[in-house]
Design a protein around this ligand. Structure first.
Ligand SMILES: Cc1cn([C@H]2C[C@H](O)[C@@H](COP(=O)(O)OP(=O)(O)O[C@H]3O[C@@H](C)C(=O)[C@@H](O)[C@H]3O)O2)c(=O)[nH]c1=O
Length: 193
């Protein structure tokens, strides 16, 4: 038995990772990332950029985002204060779970990490104030390759736990294309990325 608990989900190639957490009278200690433990668990990814966002209020909705082409990124996501519903959509044409979405609660208290493969669109909504959201990426940010799909696109029918008119978003995310628009020029093919 390795040091990490790794679970699969209904979505193809997605994993939930739970590191050991050692609680005591002071609080806890956890190795939030160990390259060796990930490799021992069969996850061999060269993470090269760490990102951190703060969302100050419950109801902040970021996404759905991805990077196109060579700039596509695998993401390893966790939350260190507060809680989110993290939502990902398999947008790899030809995948057994193409067009399917799933939501995962990630919180400071559950210590869950979500491994999001290339070819997934990713977003989240904050369920509490002051969410510090951390993620590792295996590719650098490339503004020219930045892409998105509207979180409220009707074809995906994502069950966000928030009224759309109350979501706090960026101007960019308020104007993202529908899934049908995205599909006309879908850069992701299952097995080729
Ligand atoms: C993502 C990113 C943004 N930026 C800059 C661009 C912009 O000026 C500012 C804010 O960017 P955004 O509005 O895109 O930030 P945000 O909406 O938080 O974007 C993130 O959303 C989640 C859902 C993801 O999946 C991430 O990959 C990323 O796309 O930060 C970087 O310099 N490097 C980066 O890696």
């Amino acid at each position: 038995m390795g040091k990490l608990k790794v679970s699969t989900t209904k979505l193809q190639d997605v994993k939930i990772i739970e590191p050991a957490v050692f609680g005591d009278n002071r609080g806890f200690f956890t190795e939030s990332y160990s390259d060796k433990d990930f490799k021992d668990a069969g996850i061999d990814i060269d993470f090269i950029q760490d990102n951190h966002s703060l969302s100050t209020q419950a109801g902040v909705l970021r996404g759905l985002h991805f990077q196109r082409g060579e700039a596509a990124q695998t993401k390893l996501i966790r939350v260190v204060t507060g809680a989110v519903l993290d939502v990902i959509v398999d947008v790899r044409e030809g995948s057994p779970t193409y067009k399917q979405w799933e939501g995962y609660i990630l919180s400071a208290s559950n210590h869950r990490q979500l491994l999001v493969p290339k070819g997934y669109a990713h977003g989240f909504v904050t369920l509490t104030d002051n969410v510090n959201f951390l993620y590792k990426c295996d590719g650098y940010y490339n503004a020219a390759a930045d892409g998105g799909i509207s979180f409220k696109t009707p074809e995906l029918n994502i069950d966000w736990p928030i009224d759309f008119d109350q979501a706090i978003t960026s101007d960019k995310d308020a104007a993202q294309p529908t899934f049908t628009e995205f599909e006309k020029d879908n850069p992701f093919v299952y097995g080729e990325i």
